[in-house]
Structure formats: C-alpha cells, structure tokens
Write a protein that binds this ligand. Sequence first.
Ligand code: ARG
Length: 451
Amino acid sequence: MWKGRFSQDTSSLVQQFGESISFDWRLYPHDIAGSIAHARAQMVAALLTAEEFSAIEAGLRGIQADIEAGNFEFKSSLEDIHMNIEAELTRRIGPAGAKLHTARSRNDQVATDTRLYCRAQVDMLTDLIRGLQRALLGQAERHAATVIPGYTHLQRGQPVTAGHHFLAYVEMLERDGSRLADCRRRLNVSPLGSGALAGSTINLDREAIAAELGFGGVTRNSMDAIADRDYIAEMLFAIALCGAHLSRLSEDLILWCSSEFAFVTLSDAHTTGSSLMPQKKNPDVCELTRGKTGRLTGNLVNLLVALKGLPLTYNRDLQEDKPPLFDSVDTLALVLAVNTEMVAALEFREDRCRQAAADPMLLATDLADHLVKAGIPFRHAHELVGKAVAEAVRTGTPLDRLDFPALDPAFPADSASVFSLDRALAARTNPGAPSPENVRAEIARLKVVVG
Ligand code: ARG
C-alpha cells in the first residue's frame, strides 16, 4: 500500500520485525467504526457517491462479521489492522475501497482506534471495579463489628473492625475508578482529520465524524493528535495503581490466612495445594495478584521510556504502545474478576480475631487519652503509659491487670475501665473512624455510590 516508490521487496525479516497485526488485530471494531464515519464524511463532501459509501459500509460490516466468526485471515505481509482491513475491503468491493484512505493517514487512524479502544476498556474495567467493591462491601457488612487489631509497621496498633479494613479498599477502588473516568474524559476526542501530521488539503467535517464515533469533540492540534500517547500512559498509570492497591489487599490476605494470623480462611476454590506437602493450602490468587502488579508497573514504565526521546511527530516506536496497553487491560480485568470471587467467598475465623483483638496493649493509646481527659498533657500521659507498658512487659502482667494508681498517682482510679474493646470502638465516632455505627453508615453511603 506504500510500495509506489520502492523497487525492492521488503526483507522478510523486516516484515516479521515490523508487523503489528499479531496484536493490533483486536482494534478491528474501532478501526471499522472509524472508517465508516470517515467514509460518511467523504460522501457528505461529495468525494464518494451514496452507492460507493453504501458499498464501503456494507463491505466493512461484512469484514467485521467475518472477523467475529473467525473467518478472516490476517496477513502479516499487510503489517497492521488498518492495512489488513483496507486491502480486504478493496478486494471485496473494488475501486470504491481504494478511495477510503482519502484525507486520512494510518497515523490519525491508529490514534483514533486506540482512543476508542481505551474508552471501551475504561467502561469494562469500571464495571469490574464496581463488582469488587460490592464484594468488599458484602464482607464489610458481615463484619462491621468483627474486631481485629489494626497494624502499623505490621505491629499491633489499635483496634479496628474487619469492616473498616475492607472499606479502606472500597475507598481506594473508588479513586481508581474516578482516575479511569478522568482519563476517559480527556481521551474522548477525535484525532481523525489530523492526517499524517499536518491535516489535509481535503476538508472533511471533523465534528460530524467525532459525533458519529461518540467523541466529545476534536483534537485541536494535528501534530499533538498523532504524536502523543499520554492517554495510554494515563490508562497504564490508573491500571498500575489499581493493581498496587489490590496487591496490598493480597498481602493482607496472605498474612491473614497464615497459621500465624489465621483471621480468615480462603475457599478451596480460590487456593491451591502443594504436590509435595499434603497439608498446604496456598493463597496463589493473592500471590499472583501481587506478582502481576510488577507487570502492570513495568508496562507503564515501558511506554514512558518509549515516549521520552521521540521528536514530533509520529515515529514507528509508537507502535510499541499497544502490547503494554493490551497486557495491562487484560491483566487487570482478570485480577479484578478473580479477586471479586475470592473476596466474596472468604470466611472470617472470628475466634482468632477476638483472641488477637483481646491484646490489652491495643488500648494503650486509649489509656493515654483517658489521662488527657483527666487533665494531663498528652506527652506526659504518653510517658506514664509507656512506663506502665514497660512494667507489664517486665513482670509478664497483662497491661489491663496492672494496679495503675499504685504505679503512679496521676492515673485515675478508674483507669482499668479503659480496657473494654466495645467501649473503645464505640467511642471512635469521628467521621472516618471505625465505630461499628460509623462503619454501618459508610456501608450504606457506599452502597448508593457503588450501585
Ligand atoms: N501500526 C502502526 C502503529 O501502530 C500504524 C501507524 C503506521 N504509520 C506509519 N507511518 N508507518 O503505530
């Protein structure tokens, strides 16, 4: 399709090196939609007759049907999806097919296709995020009052509820969804009409083409439109960060299902055994989620590095944008789906949670707060409680069994009353804090948001 000035055939190695049809074939529905909108604008501009337009449209829809039925042979000699479809169209309908590429370049075509692809994938991923949020909300609802230790530095810190812990991930996923929505809003403009880099001397109605494709408008600079891939980088970042969130959830669950924690049991359907050690029940889904997050991050870095040295405008390097994009979309979709199932099916071992949460050290901060309420400055209160903790550790006495006023007269007589988990949690009523009442109110709010 570009052989006019060449007298030698392309080396077969170069063909193998340069083809993208092995991966960009999946842009076909977007390529076809873009071509139909472009052809319609050509008809309106009197570059095609109504009959020619109809032949192009019917020919393209026939090709789409054949691809979907698995009856289309993609040829690597035709490099990419754009040339595969156009060549086949011309083969099927004759000369009208050869007019389709008027006032268009593969450069604005590929930018259009990838924007349409990203838009569809944002919608698909958003639905999957919602699904995982619903599974997390289900667990939060069941465990709005299941007390577990909250950790910093993986050391027991203060009591929280399992419900509150899960809602933290619902919040993260909500921001992941809004990052994708934000990215969708910015990418949803039509590059068609930008041509190879400098528009065209043949004017088609860009706004009409954009409207037909559901774009919110048109790109404003032909060079920017075909040279930048920032919308793909944004997608890859939003996906990588969502992966990082799920990797942290995985890490929590890996710890929680270990014998050392034993807060949860993962279902048999979402764990695997060992071929050697018969007792093993391994959290492979969590580990793979954590592992695949490395790939998601790598895909983002891959594109950023590819972009950084490119002079304007199009350079063939840009063809390398698609493997990381497709891989990240596919990977996150699978990660979200499998985590949704796994989270919905996991069971809490409430006895173990209760046992861990019964550690009176979790309420050391509450004891300091108690002293503050009796008028002692916090730094002083912190030191007094620190001394009590040291005494408990030294004598092997549980913190709640110490004789506080004997330790230091500054302790109020009722200091031991602090050591009630129910009371401690119920008192955490500030917005965002984990009182069971708050957690239930947050669940109700988020159910409306998540739908
Ligand atoms: N397959 C190419 C890509 O993905 C399409 C654009 C080709 N443009 C060109 N001038 N060779 O980037």
